[in-house]
Design a protein around this ligand. Structure first.
Ligand SMILES: Cc1cc2nc3c(=O)[nH]c(=O)nc-3n(C[C@H](O)[C@H](O)[C@H](O)COP(=O)(O)O)c2cc1C
Length: 364
């Protein structure tokens, strides 16, 4: 095994990155009024700029795409200005940052929707569990199935958000196709029971995702667009009768599109993969031709091993990046890591957000 493979440079689409550590997208519910990024968020991201690549927290492409309190958007002029604070601060420290484009679909609530409307989804099937609203947790409602005629409008929301991200100074965008949000809801047959050209066959269920990718690529160029998928994920009531066939089709379609990367959340202990269906990065490596980012439960050792085996090119760290702004330096020096505090993951102020110390601070 090559030691320090994680700390070697790598080409990702248009960019040469100094190391293979990715800061995973992390929702932290600390946007300002109007779901607008602010200085506090710029400080947080700038602290983590030594990651080879930062992927921002999931960011709403439209008011309809909102599913949680205090999550940022990229659909208003104020939000674009707010994000400029972030991109500028990260670039000042030599970092690279992609924006994660998000529409939650049915993982919302009328309390969070324009005019108290029902959330939209491929089919009128409610997820299990509760929505997070400004008044606390409320049971999910049954969403409204999108009309076929409305789908071009969804693609348009992505296109406009991609344009806004360009204006805000990002280095690229990641389409959020994971974790049971709108695009994942269309992909999987547990949530998509449509009978039009966006439901039924695998080709039909993948159609919206691929139309969105093509719209975003038209804005950014394929070498600055990534996609995140969670083929084995069951979060947000996701299920599929044959995920390996579904995601194999998607991977093969992506091969023709030459994206900057494919970002995979992988199965670990609570493996959502059906018997005999391999959905690991190792499997995707055998069918996908481009750069792969692995994510999900990685520590340094497993990350080095996975890169050395050739199953992924970069590794995204989520929780470790919450508590270790200088994760790359810590790995370089074999330094111990700060533990993370789950109680401050979602919402709040600088506590548990911008106050995790760097090594430098700890030794001072
Ligand atoms: C607090 C928190 C917020 C998250 N928010 C997002 C998000 O906005 N978008 C996303 O794709 N994944 C999100 N995830 C999943 C992470 O990106 C990552 O896949 C997950 O934490 C597993 O990686 P880890 O074991 O390194 O933490 C979130 C995870 C956590 C813990």
């Amino acid at each position: 095994m090559t030691p320090n493979a994680l700390l070697s440079s790598v080409q990702v689409g248009r960019y040469t990155l100094p190391n293979r550590l990715v800061m995973a997208p992390l929702t932290r519910n600390r946007a300002g009024a109007g779901n607008t990024p602010r200085e506090l968020n710029a400080t947080y991201y700038a602290q983590r700029a030594s990651a080879g690549l930062i992927i921002t927290e999931a960011t709403q492409i439209s008011p309809q795409g909102v599913g949680y309190p205090a999550t940022p958007g990229i659909h208003s002029a104020e939000q674009v200005e707010g994000w400029k604070l972030v991109t500028q601060a990260v670039h000042d420290r030599g970092g690279h940052i992609f924006l994660q484009l998000w529409h939650v679909g049915r993982i919302s609530h009328p309390d969070l929707q324009p005019d108290g409307a029902l959330p939209v989804a491929p089919s009128a099937i409610a997820p299990q569990g509760e929505a997070s609203t400004y008044e606390g947790q409320k049971p999910f409602v049954t969403p409204r199935a999108l009309e076929t005629e409305e789908i071009p409008g969804i693609v348009e929301q992505y296109r406009q958000a991609a344009k806004n991200a360009l204006e805000a100074g990002f280095d690229g965008v990641e389409v959020h196709g994971a974790n049971g949000y709108l695009l994942d809801q269309f992909l999987r047959d547990g949530s998509n029971q449509r009978t039009d050209q966006y439901g039924g066959s695998i080709e039909n269920r993948a159609r919206l995702l691929l139309e969105v990718i093509d719209a975003v690529v038209a804005v950014w160029g394929s070498d600055r667009v990534g996609l995140r998928l969670s083929p084995s994920g069951t979060f947000n009531s996701m299920s599929d009768s044959n995920p390996q066939a579904l995601f194999t089709y998607v991977a093969k379609e992506l091969n023709q599109r030459n994206l900057a990367y494919l970002h995979l959340i992988e199965p670990r202990e609570d493996n959502g993969a059906p018997e005999g269906q391999d959905l690991s990065s190792h499997f995707f490596r055998s069918i996908y031709n481009g750069t792969i980012i692995g994510a999900g439960g990685y520590d340094r050792e497993l990350a080095e091993e996975t890169i050395a085996q050739g199953d992924a090119d970069l590794i995204a760290f989520g929780r470790w990046y919450i508590s270790n702004p200088d994760l790359a330096e810590r790995f370089a020096k074999n330094a111990p890591l700060n533990e993370y505090d789950r109680s401050t993951f979602y919402g709040g102020d600088e506590t548990g957000y911008t106050d995790y110390p760097t090594l430098e601070l700890q030794s001072a």
